[in-house]
Design a protein around this ligand. Sequence first.
Ligand SMILES: Nc1nc2c(c(=O)[nH]1)N[C@H]1C(S)=C(S)[C@@H](COP(=O)(O)OP(=O)(O)OC[C@H]3O[C@@H](n4cnc5c(N)ncnc54)[C@H](O)[C@@H]3O)O[C@H]1N2
Ligand code: MOO
Ligand SMILES: [Mg+2]
Length: 649
Amino acid sequence: MAPTITGWILAGGRGARMGSVDKGLQPLGDTTMAGRVLARLAPQVDAIAINANRNLARYQAIAGPGVAVVADHLGGFEGPLAGLQTGLLYCAAQGGAQADNALLLTAPCDSPFLPLDLAARLHAALVEHDADLALAVTIETDPQAPGAESRRQRHPVFSLLRASLLPQLEQYLATGARRMEGWFQSLRVAEVLFDDAAAFRNINTLEELQRHAPAAAATDIATATATATATGSDNDPLPVDQALRLIATRVAPVVQTETVALRDALDRVLAADIISPINVPAYDNSAMDGYALRGADLPQSDGVPVTLTVAGIAYAGRAHGGTVEPGQCVRIMTGAAMPAGCDSVLPQELAAAIGQDSVTIAAGSLAPGANRRLAGEDLALGGVALPAGKLLRPADLGLVASLGIAEVTVRRRLRVAFFSTGDELRALGQPLDDGCVYDSNRYTLFGMLARLGCEVIDLGIVRDDPAALEAALRTACNGADAIITSGGVSEGAADYTRDIMALLGDVAFWKLAIRPGRPLAFGKVRDGGASAWLFGLPGNPVAVMVSFYLFARPALLRMMGTTAAAAHPPLLRARAAAAMRKRPGRTEYQRGIVAPGPDGAPQVRLTGAQGSGILSSMTTANCIVVLAHDQGNVAAGDLVDILPFEGLI
Ligand SMILES: Nc1nc2c(c(=O)[nH]1)N[C@H]1C(S)=C(S)[C@@H](COP(=O)(O)OP(=O)(O)OC[C@H]3O[C@@H](n4cnc5c(N)ncnc54)[C@H](O)[C@@H]3O)O[C@H]1N2
Ligand code: MOO
Ligand SMILES: [Mg+2]
């Protein structure tokens, strides 16, 4: 299960070095220090809250509704460790079923330049080292003494920790100790080195604040570059989970909603919980065709048979009006309301004898209460029938209909622009000149986007020409929420995508530790006031599909407003029919065909050559075999992970 990360902004200090002002409330650019930290942290986490000990109402105004502002559990400005404790208590209170998996990410309110990949990188380290806590580290050099030795600086207030540490922290606090680093000594701590020390700089004095205010507007761009430094290079490609995390922490659901007729809601994302206005079923009813009776009338388990008088008949939609007296029963059909007084139904085939107006029941043939469907047993009045974020499937339409609801509010459709790049590409209908290929990526992309229910904007083929590329991206920004391109992201002499994307926005280029799909660009591109998230996918036809499914699709689903669970379908296990070659140190996505093996359990074989230009392998396959980062060669008979292409729905 994916962890839930709660962002926790530490704003509970006295601000001693700022003349006791409330640091988080100091204006910075067009917002406040805390507002800025909130804006940078919120996209990285699942939930966020502010920890403040003064001016709670003003913090609430900055945070807006839905963001909690929480004062320290220990009163009296006891320092950041008390803030941490309050954060862990907050997680526990929110926790529910997720509690074991909950994480807290702290950041101080006076660090308006904090990295946009803070959560992603700390989380990756926490998992990799199976640590209790991950914290940020930078290398500091003294600007006054450039030649002097640099030192490692830990930033304990930028920590990601497991919410389950609360009892340990309470024990530590009970000793009277209050130092963060003191407590950390008892924990498994993973350090994460960030290149950009300036991102962690905090503002301590009013003079510093004045100095930084003008620069604040420019920091989005500066930190975009910091994000880009998490790039992964040829020698050190970025693992899949880090890239996914980075993407997930940045994109947010579209805000607009629309109300549509129930049938039009198929494959759309529910914008608000559907609360059941009725009980379903609305009344107790029979699950069987047979005889409704009083459980108390049934024979003792070792007793003699009982004969009941049939006092009437109940149909679905036509109830038996009267009350059933002891010794009586009612002939009843499936779905008919239970007559007053009855609590059990004898299926007719279980009757020992059926007479003209009587039924005989043998001992032990029925338990009291059997075959009665209770009012509200499917959906209870006032309960959440479907949660916001649900991608509506056929069953969901039926469920909503069972509540009598004819229209639902869904998020608006995502608008996705896409184009192919390459001088060698020819559109369908054109002659295939020497050295050219037909543009197939726009068709696979169209299909994949249409399946997601996106509004697609096809911008055609764009030449390997910087000006043409720039124009296409600018056009795409206007009117699209996301842009998908294929080709030109590698390092060939005609691969311009990277330069133009960087020119137009904040784009990270990665070499991913995967195959296929190594080069990938992700980020935001802008044109005037318009902007869109951009996925620059590699050109090879299999790479474009694999990188779409693995990276773009989950991000688009999140933008559509689905819950994280929907964005990542579960991997299943199948037995390898034959050996598979696999190099450790990268995740490999091989095309497979899964079918029942000799024992009936799923067995998978590869489609043959796995080159990333062999598109036919994608049409032959019915699944992707996912071979994990650290995994080596697979022997015949080993279990491997697979991602099936087709779901039932
Ligand atoms: N020196 C290096 N070369 C390459 C590397 C590398 O790391 N170092 N990575 C290789 C990998 S892996 C891939 S994938 C590709 C990615 O290249 P680009 O994104 O720059 O894509 P192009 O060069 O434009 O095209 C690659 C390939 O795909 C064909 N293609 C492109 N678009 C389409 C389309 N719409 N329909 C059909 N086929 C398409 C194109 O003709 C090329 O054959 O770079 C490797 N090189
Ligand atoms: O991404 Mo490339 O297709 O790995 O070959
Ligand atoms: Mg290329």
